[in-house]
Each structure stands twice: as structure tokens, then as C-alpha cells.
Design a binder for this molecule. Structure first.
Ligand SMILES: [Zn+2]
Length: 402
């Protein structure tokens, strides 16, 4: 479950009555921590079924900068084939090429040639990183239906699920009933440009974006998984099969409305029931199965709601941290060309410095860097160096009128 942190599980544990309650009767590790730095979806999913950290899986972020790629756009998405030009830069060619290690499903296929390896998700990067390279079926949500890798053929199970979702999208759907335990979380909050805290997932006809950020995406993902179970007779063959399902809606709901509102409460209550129905369907088929549930990372609540919860210091990321603004700021101080000086995925991601600065301009960069980080001390130091730890970079002098 995408963004299903140990905190959220602990918070709602006593309210689960469906699949999550059933799983809680098994072995539970209530304090979940990650031992890698970039807790994003792609690195997280690359660790779940490989037993490797991102430094080894090759999936170090959702998006990174590779200044050696031929195209003008140097951002590389973790689950794309950047060597294949797409008609629209946003409409990349999905690929698992960046994953450098085998997944559990691939290892099972190696050990038991009859084993099937299947992955389904609301996100391409989640399905691909849990499935790996050698995969029998891999499906993820894109725009308004489930799709697979380029060059692979459609299957009746996916066609049937896409038809069911299309019907629902065309008609729209009423708000979901709010469980009583969610009611105390109701309350409108102005979060940036959006109002959150009152959403119950009413679906307007044709609104695929709202569908995606709702429990209905998880229900559709589980429906497709079950259709594939039936079509492929998973769990009924001579060898064990691997079915990896990544439920993405918790993450989409968390990003859109935060983690502490009625929306997240409703999302978790719904996915709990959907998982219960999914397990019951596997039981009804007489399948002998084991379930492991985990998450790729956690999430923060909206800063505005955290402010109300006596955390006045919580704030939105400063727009001055965006690569374009940082480039302009560094360029203003150094005289370097601002264009593409600092590259990155935004305030929450990593930053890169333009690799091909013209040689005469490089000293300006180093001088600027030295202003923030005085001489790196000898290591190991004989005694603590006088200028260590480094002093903070001096803030820019405010412009008059600001
Ligand atoms: Zn995620």
C-alpha cells in the first residue's frame, strides 16, 4: 500500500474489520522504518521484492538527472526507457530497464519454471519495480484505464476490468458513506489553493483524475488482480505463483488531502473492506496463499492542519528551493549563466549541478561553494578543525521593498 506508514496503521488499527484486521491477526511489525534516504515510490517499490537497497537496485529516486542523455530534457523517470523518444515528453515509454537486480517473482520463475510472475498497480513504477524484467502479466493505471508494456498484447481480464471502469466513469458515483469513526476528522481546511477536510469521494461523470485519487482506484486494482487470478488460474498450478499488487490510492489521497482528514479515514476504511473481499474471493476459490503487506514510504499531513494541531513551525516548501529559483540565486551571486545551473526534481527531491560549465566559469562556482562550506577538514582530523562544523551560508541581502 503506497504511503501506508506505520503511523497510519497504528492510528487506525482498532477500526479495521476487513482485510487489514485479518492481516493483523498474523505477524505484525508495527514500527516500520526504511534504511534508505529517498523514501519515494520508485526506490521503495524497488526494495520490497528484491531485498536490496536503492544503491543496488539502481532506483535511487522517482526521477533523477542524467546529463549524459541525448535529449534536451535531462530528467530521467525511474520507469521509462529514455532512449526511446516519446511523442509527448510526458508520455514516456514505460520500462523496467533501470532495475538492476532480480525480484522475488523472477527468482521463483528461475527456481520453478512453471511459476507465474504477475504485477498490478495504480502506478507503472510500482508494478514494474515489484514485477521485474521476466514477468507474465504486468498492468497499471494510466489516464483512464489499465495498460501494459509497449508491444504486449491486451488480455481479456484487463479488457473486462477496463470496460467495468469505463462504465463507472461514464456514469459517475455518489459520495461514499462516512464511517462514524471518521466523523471527528471532518472540517474544512484551506491547504494552499485547495480546500480539504470535507471530501467523501463523490465521483462526477468522466472525472478520471478524481477516480484516481479515491478508494475506487484500489478497488479496480484488486478487481483486475482477481480477474487475472481467474484467467491464469494463479495458485492452482504445480508451482507457487507471485502476485504483486500495489494499491496506490492511499498515496494519491494523502498527496491531495493530507493524512489526517476524513478523506484518508474513508480511504483506509474502504481499502480495508476491499482487501477483506479480495481475500474472501481467494478463499472461495480454494487457493492456498500467503499474504505480505508493506508500504514504500509514509507521508506528511497538510501543513495548515498541522499548524492547527499545535505545530506552528510546519510550513510549505519555500518556492526559493525550486531548481529554477536556486539557479537564478546562484547565478546572481556568481555571474554564472542561470540556464539549467541547478537541476532537480523540486524542493522534495535531489539537486544536481550543471556538469558542463564552461571551464572559465568553474572557479566562480567553487568560490561560491567555499563561501558556504569552508575548507573540508583533513579526515580523520587530528583535532577538531576550527572551522568545523561549517558556518551557514550567509543569506542574501533582502531587496528594498521586500
Ligand atoms: Zn509511494
Amino acid at each position: 500500500m503506497d504511503q501506508f506508514s506505520a503511523d497510519l496503521f497504528a492510528e487506525y488499527r482498532s477500526h479495521f474489520t476487513g482485510g487489514l484486521a485479518r492481516l493483523a491477526t498474523g505477524a505484525v511489525f508495527p514500527a516500520g522504518y526504511q534504511s534508505h534516504a529517498a523514501t519515494e515510490t520508485c526506490p521503495g517499490h524497488s526494495t520490497l521484492l528484491t531485498g536490496n537497497r536503492p544503491a543496488h537496485t539502481g532506483i535511487i529516486a522517482n526521477t533523477w538527472i542524467d546529463q549524459s542523455v541525448a535529449r534536451p530534457k535531462k530528467e530521467v523517470y525511474c520507469a521509462e526507457d529514455e532512449t526511446r523518444a516519446a511523442a509527448d515528453p510526458k508520455d514516456y515509454v514505460a520500462s523496467v530497464g533501470h532495475l538492476l537486480v532480480p525480484t522475488l517473482g523472477e527468482r521463483m520463475k528461475q527456481h520453478w519454471p512453471a511459476a507465474r510472475n504477475v504485477a498490478v498497480s495504480g502506478k507503472d513504477r510500482a508494478a514494474l519495480m515489484m514485477g521485474g524484467h521476466v514477468i507474465d502479466q504486468v498492468w497499471w493505471w494510466k489516464n483512464n484505464g489499465f495498460v501494459t508494456l509497449d508491444g504486449r498484447s491486451d488480455v481479456p481480464a484487463a479488457r473486462a476490468e477496463n470496460a467495468a471502469v469505463a462504465k463507472l466513469l461514464a456514469k459517475g458515483a455518489p459520495a461514499l458513506p462516512l464511517p462514524a469513526f471518521c466523523a471527528p476528522r471532518e472540517g474544512a481546511i484551506q491547504a494552499g489553493s485547495a480546500t480539504v477536510g470535507t471530501g467523501h469521494f463523490a465521483l462526477a461523470a468522466g472525472d478520471a483524475t478524481a477516480f484516481r485519487a479515491s478508494p475506487r482506484l484500489d478497488q479496480a486494482t484488486l478487481d483486475l488482480a482477481l480477474k487475472l487470478v481467474d484467467a491464469m488460474k494463479l495458485g492452482k498450478g504445480a508451482a507457487p505463483d507471485m502476485l504483486a499488487v500495489s494499491l496506490s490510492a492511499t498515496d494519491y489521497v494523502g498527496h491531495a488531502t493530507g493524512t489526517q482528514g476524513p478523506e484518508m479515514c474513508l480511504q483506509l476504511a474502504t481499502v480495508d473492506q476491499a482487501l477483506g473481499a479480495f481475500f474472501a474471493a481467494l478463499d472461495a476459490r480454494g487457493i492456498d496463499y500467503g499474504v505480505v503487506l508493506s508500504a514504500d514510504h509514509g507521508g506528511f499531513d497538510m501543513p495548515e492542519r498541522q499548524n492547527r494541531a499545535a505545530m506552528p513551525q510546519v510550513a510549505r516548501a519555500d518556492a526559493a528551493l525550486l531548481p529554477k529559483a536556486l539557479s537564478a540565486a546562484v547565478a546572481a551571486r556568481t555571474g554564472l549563466p542561470a540556464q539549467g545551473l541547478i537541476l532537480g526534481d523540486g524542493a522534495a527531491g535531489d539537486f544536481w549541478v550543471k556538469a558542463d560549465l564552461p571551464p572559465p566559469t568553474r572557479p566562480a562556482w567553487w568560490k561560491q561553494r567555499a563561501r558556504c562550506w569552508p575548507a573540508i577538514p583533513r579526515w580523520p582530523p587530528c583535532s577538531p578543525p576550527r572551522n568545523w562544523p561549517p558556518r551557514r551560508c550567509r543569506p542574501a541581502r533582502p531587496k528594498p521593498g521586500h
